[in-house]
Ligand binder design. Structure first.
Ligand code: ADP
Ligand code: MG
Length: 980
């Protein structure tokens, strides 16, 4: 739209803001009008609202009054002491108009973008209260357990005052209390607690009583971008030990380190050779003219250096040499030279000198022929494995089939052996790939830390350790092998879901955060959420300086140190954000050398988070933190600090995503406080190295400032932002990719979970069992009845026999023989007989139960046979569903790894995955039903052996005795111990 038109009509956003502002004013008017009512009258509103809903009024109708009731309650609470996480706190909050506006947007399913310190916690109380009036489940999702408990204690005061119940759900909420928590009108908890409960309810609970959630109506997600965007890359997984492990990390790890070392030594030699030559030519004086031979020598050296960047992108020598801007430009020239099609041959021949080619930007690597040969060489001593070629199973099968010397039985055996060998070979190749990945692309103290002899993942965006989570696909084991800590056993997935798909369960979502605008597109596309920027309460007084950009990291750190010294001398507190544990430790060393007292907050000492943050606003405090200090932490200025200028925030690099930078900036200048922020960037930062356009180097060569001086040019700020956008786009693609795979699973999961729930809650389990039996009869039939017109195409006797093998039934010889019978008729006859047999079986077992109780001593209550059998059947169904569903998930896991290997064959892995996942689900379904059908006839009731009743009967295997229900409970307890 043209700017002029925009002014006249306003944007969609500004029109919405005007509407919400009017509505907010109405809320305030109602609240003020209610000031003279008694506490009792305000409290009674809750019940009145509920009645009005019952009479047909909608939540939208009630919004102005419900919000006014919350505001009014806040006003009445003012001055009272509230117990928050063990501390007494004075209630002093009445929602501002802008907060009411944010609250309105959330009720209408939007994300309210409200800056840090604007009071989002209080804002959420209004939509939570309103929606909870419906009686349906309302959840508030926060980023960690501490905030869940704190906000529940704090804001819960209002809900309790108004007569609603509120509970916090944290990692330490014991399982048996969770249904009570979910029964509350409003529940505060983290995304993973909610998500894992969903998975447990649907894949582990053995009865309705063991399920704790009661549905998904409305959720408000705090720091929504952190949860739905940053955390959404790794799905939630409940896993347990896998029965048969094939993993080979231990066997392979030594050899992999050997190859990696070969590569390192090679790169060292090449790089130091090149440096010796280049030392002669750089820096060059302007008038020096090189002879042809010298030119050539120089070129050769540069090419070698280029080669090192392909083999070890972070090589120290190259890094140091690159500090020279002429050399950097020269190197860059060779990069584009080798990029050109005309020089492809030369490129390949150069690269073939390496063992491994590493593509840091794409996060990929590749073994060259030389590397593969070195591997084979090192393998010779061991058993002869062929790790780098794949077997063509189809071809091998055909060869077996053609071999006439073999009997059918032998053919089958050979095929099975071949398939086993192929599976082992694939697993080995997979382990090998992951080991190399661990060595080449995963860095200690950046991607993970080692704690108590365990590998702990560091979340890239929040800087927080994620104990219990593991890199998927064997990468975690590979890192364990690399670092020499104990390799954990292979695990098997029991249940899994992405956060995206979990949150799609809710009828309505709302969200709040300080940073959503940059990702507005994704929110719209995936969650159908709009983002609305809410104006601040007071205008923000923060001063954001332009970025300072340096050629080298060394110059950058010097500049940061100067900045710290100057600001510190004034007594202002400083918060310094770093991108990794490693970087925070490096900066800490620099500060120590310069005798600057400071505190470090990173994944290694996060237990002290609350204390550190509480002190960070004191005069003279210096706090070095990873992105951990980014979310939900409210740094309050201590007395006198505002007069000095407030908190100063320093960013030591631009993060890959603009949101994370904005979060860091937002730590200062909350609610109209003074404050300032500044980012420092160097051309050695990962973001700049990997994602800026080569033109930037050209520009720098012309305008290289003197050593130690910053470059301040608008064009550079622009290109940093472009680089960030590029990475954000790439990460979005990755998330979408994860989601596309999970979407395939989502359909299957929904189907199996809803069947499972039907089994758990059905009052008539017998009819479900009969349905399955009928189904199995039908599913067995088609292979025997293909066509009537062909001799072998219609095989009633085959069907009859196969039914008699599967079920304890007999059929007359000629039962299916009549020519007049259609396939449906035949299936019906079979089904009728089988279900009758089942009814007979049930009648028999009922009798057993009755008889076994005849001589019970007086005082012991008798069990109702019908009820007992119902539970037994339910149990048979659930056990089989879980068992075969888990097996299915394992197949899906394997499929997922395998489809990626097929990219070689020019096939679209996602499409392949969809097709095969569907086929697998189909055969899972048939197998499950057949197994259940079988089990329904196999169980037998027997009286429980009671010590009081001699002689003691031995408990036979395969018999379920009457104490079965207690067994089930015990088992459920064992499963509690499953690792996440
Ligand atoms: P955010 O989550 O938006 O960063 P918080 O919810 O943590 O902000 O609130 C920041 C601070 O603002 C809290 O200390 C809170 O007491 C204060 N605050 C929020 N709303 C109000 C209000 N309406 N009146 C007074 N203080 C408020
Ligand atoms: Mg907050």
């Amino acid at each position: 739209m043209l700017p002029v038109l925009k002014k006249i009509f306003g944007t969609a956003q500004s029109r919405l803001l005007v509407r919400y502002e009017k509505l907010a004013e109405k809320v305030i008017a109602i609240d003020l009008a209610w000031q003279d009512l008694s506490d009792e009258q305000i409290r009674n509103k809750t019940a009145q609202f509920k009645d009005r809903i019952a009479e047909g009024e909608t939540l939208d109708d009630l919004l102005p009054e419900a919000y006014a009731a919350v505001r009014n309650a806040c006003r009445r609470l003012a001055g009272t002491e509230v117990d928050v996480s063990g501390y007494s706190q004075r209630w002093d909050m009445v929602p501002y108009k802008v907060q009411i506006m944010g609250a309105i947007a959330m009720h209408y399913g939007s994300i309210s973008e409200m800056q840090t310190g604007e009071g989002k916690t209080l804002t959420a109380s209004m939509p939570l209260y309103l929606n909870a009036l419906s009686g349906k489940p309302v959840h508030l999702v926060t980023v960690n357990d501490y905030l869940a408990q704190r906000d529940c204690d704090w804001i819960g005061t209002v809900f309790r005052w108004l007569g609603l119940t509120v509970e916090a759900l944290t990692g330490s909420t014991p399982h048996h209390l969770r249904s009570r928590v979910y029964a509350a009108d409003i529940v505060y908890g983290t995304a993973s607690e909610f998500g894992f409960d969903y998975l447990r309810d649907n894949s582990m609970a053995r009865s309705r009583k063991e399920q704790c959630q009661r549905g998904y109506f409305f959720a408000v997600v705090d720091e929504i971008d952190s949860i739905l965007i940053d955390e959404a890359r790794t799905p939630l997984i409940i896993s347990g030990p896998s029965g048969n492990s094939r993993q080979m990390y231990d066997i392979l790890k030594e050899q992999v380190s050997v190859i990696v070392k070969l590569q390192r030594d090679l790169c060292n030699t090449i790089a130091s050779d090149a440096r010796k030559t280049l030392d002669l030519y750089f820096p060059l004086s302007a008038e020096a003219k090189l002879s042809k031979q010298q030119e050539e020598e120089k070129s050769e050296a540069l090419k070698k250096l280029w080669l090192v960047t392909k083999g070890m992108p972070q090589h120290k020598i190259v890094k140091r040499l690159k500090e020279d801007h002429d050399l950097r430009a020269a190197l860059e020239k060779w990069e584009s030279y080798f990029h050109g099609d005309a020089n492809k041959e030369e490129r390949f021949s150069m690269l073939s000198g390496l063992f491994i080619i590493v593509d840091e930007r794409a996060g990929e690597y590749e073994l060259t022929d030389k590397g593969i040969n070195a591997w084979i060489e090192s393998e010779k001593k061991a058993a002869s494995h062929d790790d780098f070629s794949m077997m063509d199973l189809g071809y091998e099968y055909a060869k077996i089939d053609e071999n006439e010397a073999l009997s059918e039985q032998e053919k089958l055996q050979r095929k099975v052996a071949l398939r086993e060998a192929d599976a082992e070979r694939k697993e080995r190749a997979h382990n090998l790939r992951q080991l190399f990945r661990a060595h080449l692309l995963m860095e200690k103290d950046v991607d993970y830390i080692i704690q108590e002899n365990k590998i702990v993942i560091i979340d890239e965006n929040t800087g927080r350790p994620q104990p219990g989570r593991r890199f998927s696909d064997g990468l975690h084991q590979a890192i364990e092998a690399k670092e020499g800590v104990e390799i954990q056993g292979e695990t098997q997935t029991y249940a899994t879901i992405t956060l995206q798909n979990y949150f799609r369960l809710y009828t309505k979502l709302g969200g709040m955060t300080g940073t959503a605008m940059t990702e507005a597109n994704e929110f719209k596309e995936i969650y159908k959420l709009d983002v609305l920027a809410i104006p601040t309460y007071k205008s923000c007084k923060r001063v954001d300086a332009d970025d300072e950009i340096y050629m080298t990291e060394r110059e950058k750190y010097n500049a940061i140190l100067r900045d710290i010294q100057v600001i510190h001398a004034k007594g202002r507190p400083i918060l310094i954000g770093t991108e990794s544990v490693e970087a925070s430790e490096k900066l800490s060393r620099i500060l120590k050398q310069n005798k600057l007292e400071h505190t470090v907050l990173n994944a290694k000492n996060h237990e002290h988070e609350a204390e550190i943050i509480a002190e960070a606003g004191k005069a003279g405090a210096i706090t070095v933190a990873t992105n951990m200090a980014g979310r939900g932490t409210d740094i309050k200025l201590k007395a006198g600090v505002a007069e000095l200028g407030g908190l100063h925030v320093i960013g030591t690099t631009r993060h890959q995503s603009r949101r994370i930078d904005r979060q860091l900036r937002g730590r200062c200048a909350r609610l109209g406080d003074p404050g300032s922020s500044k980012f420092y960037v160097s051309f050695e930062d990962a973001l700049m190295r990997l994602f800026t356009s080569p033109r930037v180097t050209g520009f720098l060569q012309k305008f290289r400032p003197p050593e130690g001086e910053a470059i301040t040019a608008k064009i550079l700020n622009k290109s940093i932002e472009t680089a960030q956008k590029r990475v954000e786009q790439r990460n979005y693609t990755i998330r979408k990719h994860t989601l596309e795979y999970d979407d395939v699973m989502n359909r299957q999961r929904t189907e199996i979970y809803s069947f499972r729930n039907e089994v758990l809650s059905s009052d008539d389990i017998f009819s479900i069992a009969k349905d399955i039996l009928e189904n199995v009869c039908s599913q067995m039939a088609p292979s025997f009845f293909i066509t009537k017109s062909d001799e072998g195409g219609w095989n009633p006797n085959g069907y009859r026999e196969s039914l008699m093998t599967q079920f304890p039934v007999t059929f007359d010889q000629t039962v299916f023989d009549s020519d007049y019978l259609s396939l449906e008729d035949i299936e019906q006859i079979a089904a009728k007989k089988v279900t009758e047999a089942f009814e007979h079986k049930i009648a028999g077992e009922t009798e057993t139960i009755r008889v076994s109780q005849e001589f019970l001593p007086p005082g012991i209550p008798k069990l109702e046979p019908e009820k007992v059998l119902s539970e037994v059947i339910r149990n048979i169904l659930i056990r089989n569903v879980d068992r075969y569903w888990q097996e299915h998930l394992l197949h899906i896991d394997h499929l997922r790894t395998e489809v990626h290997l097929r990219v070689v064959g020019q096939k679209d892995p996602l499409l392949e995955f969809k097709h095969e996942a569907f086929a697998l689900f189909d055969s899972f379904g048939s197998k499950l039903k057949a197994e259940i059908a079988h089990a329904l006839f196999k169980f037998e009731m027997s009286s429980a052996p009671r010590p009081a009743l001699p002689p003691r009967q031995p408990v036979e295997p395969f018999k379920i005795n009457l104490s079965l229900l207690r067994d089930v409970e015990e088992e459920a307890e064992n499963e509690e111990e499953l690792t996440r």
